[in-house]
Each structure stands twice: as C-alpha cells, then as structure tokens.
Design a protein around this ligand. Structure first.
Ligand code: PAF
Length: 282
C-alpha cells in the first residue's frame, strides 16, 4: 500500500490508478471500515481502492471529542494493507486546511436541522465540506459509506445529486458485534460495564422495527416505550424515532400508502459520557 500525505503526491498516483473507489475515514479502523474496503475492492470495474484517514476538525462541535478522538495510524495502516487497499491518503491538518476553510458546503436545512443535526449544529456542514474536498482531490468514480451514519449518507447522496458530482455514492450495511452493538470508533470509550449494556440500543431499535413490520402504527407510543426502557437502564437518549427513509421526516402513521419498508428507526443516546448512534431499516 502506498501512503500519501500530500495532495500533489496523491494526485500523481491517482492519475495512474484507473477507475478508483474511495473510502473516506477518520481512522481508528474497525471491521465496519474493513467491510467498506472489501466492498470497494469488489465493485465492478474498479481498478484501485483509495482510503483516506483525516480527523476533520470542521465536523466536531465545541466540547465534542476532536482532541480525544482516537488516532491509531500504525494499526490502521496494517489493517488497510491487509484489506488490499492500494493507496492511503493521510494528510495532516496543514495540508487539508492550509488556511482556515472559508468556503463550505451548506446542506439542505430541512435535512440537517433534524436528528443528528439538531444535537450537533454544523456537523453535516463540516462533513459535506471535507467530503467534497476529498472528492475533488481524489476524483473517484465511486465512494462508499456505512449505513450506521444514516443521515450522513443521505446528506452526501443529496450533495452528489444536487451538485451533479460524477461520483456514485454506495451505501454499505452496518457491521455489528455478535451481541448486536454497531461497530464504531466511539465504542472504545465505553467502560467494561457500559460495553455490556450498550447492545440495548440495538435491541430497542429492533423491537420497534419488528412491531412496525407486524403492523403497529402508533409510532409515538413505540418510541416513548423504547426511550423509557433506555432511561431506566441509565441511558440519556437524544432521540429514538421512526422516520421516512426517503427524507428522514416524520411519517404520517395513518396514511394509506404508508408501507413499513419505506421507514427507518434511528436513535442517538448517551451511555455515561459516550454518545452512540444506530438505526435499522424497517
Ligand atoms: O464517517 C466518517 O468517518 C466521517 O464523517 C467522514 C465521512 C470520513 C468525513 O470526515
């Protein structure tokens, strides 16, 4: 695997690389990321896989974990090489932001004022801005993102469509531990006891999803019960809510045209000091 720390170096390699799939990451790689690398390798017609590692200051709010965010570069490189990644782009901050970033991607307010966006103002603006910049640097044919960050995926898909980017955005299913916990770099913040408790978030989502699949339409009651269950076990939930997959807005439960498979249930909740997110497509 070739490691590039400068935009010029990456561009020179990319010019020889044929059709490229890009997997952007912030490092601290786990099996969820590695699944993205394998999926990239298997995309039809792709000649080279390029991963990026960059902890993007722009997407962290005041008081969030930018400074604590785990940086595990050596171990990440080993995992990427073992996964058959051809090139790694790992710029430092001076390379990505040689001056304060004054031009930004402003995502659709209707999409980024809800769910994660309501609790992390500016987060998706930072994500969209760095991802567009990575796209401009790497110029991939395809880019892959995990469904665990469901709203992020939608922000990026809509960005690619509305800005006519010549890049296919591919969504890859969430990878879970055997007990259901969605793999996440932030799981590393959990204490041993919290790690035992953590799969409850997935269990509550799965219970709501199952009830809706079976025909329940009283979303408010289902949500309230799941939230109460989390709170009883020491969680501080930000939201647990059934939404339309198409735009993440609240569905009209009594609409005749409403089918369960058009819905997704999403949650974010704090366990101790760790904020976890997860979702299930119903
Ligand atoms: O999902 C992530 O790890 C980040 O938000 C991304 C897409 C790499 C942008 O920094």
């Amino acid at each position: 695997m070739h490691i590039h720390t400068t935009i010029a170096g990456l561009r020179a390699a990319r010019a020889q690389a044929g059709r490229v799939a890009l997997v952007p990451t912030m490092g601290n790689l786990h099996d969820g990321h590695i699944a993205l690398m394998h999926a990239a390798r298997q995309r039809f017609g792709i000649d080279a896989v390029i991963a990026s590692i960059f902890v993007n200051r722009l997407q962290f709010g005041q008081g969030e974990d930018f400074n604590q965010y785990p940086r595990t570069f050596e171990a990440d490189c080993e995992k990427l090489a073992a996964a058959g990644v051809d090139h790694l782009f790992a710029p430092n901050e001076a390379e990505m932001y040689p001056q304060p970033q004054r031009y930004h991607v402003e995502p659709d307010p209707a999409l980024v004022s809800i769910l994660e966006g309501a609790f992390r103002p500016g987060h998706f603006r930072g994500v969209a801005t760095v991802v567009l910049k990575l796209f401009n640097i790497v110029q991939p044919e395809t880019a892959l993102f995990g469904k665990k960050d469901y709203q992020q995926l939608m922000v990026l898909k809509n960005m690619a469509r509305e800005l006519a980017l010549p890049i296919e955005i591919v969504a890859i299913d969430t990878i879970r531990a055997a007990d259901g916990l969605a793999l996440s770099s932030r799981n590393g913040y959990l204490s041993a006891n919290e790690r035992v408790e953590a799969p409850r978030l997935h269990r509550q989502l799965a219970a709501v999803a199952e009830a809706v699949r079976k025909g329940a339409r009283d979303f408010a009651r289902l949500e309230a019960e799941a939230l109460a269950e989390l709170e009883q076990h020491g969680w501080k939930p930000d939201y647990l809510t059934v939404r339309r997959r198409a735009d993440l807005q609240t569905p009209e439960p009594l609409a005749e045209s409403l089918v369960a498979s058009s819905l997704v249930v999403l949650a974010a909740a704090r366990l101790g000091t760790t904020r976890l997110i997860d979702n299930i497509e119903i």
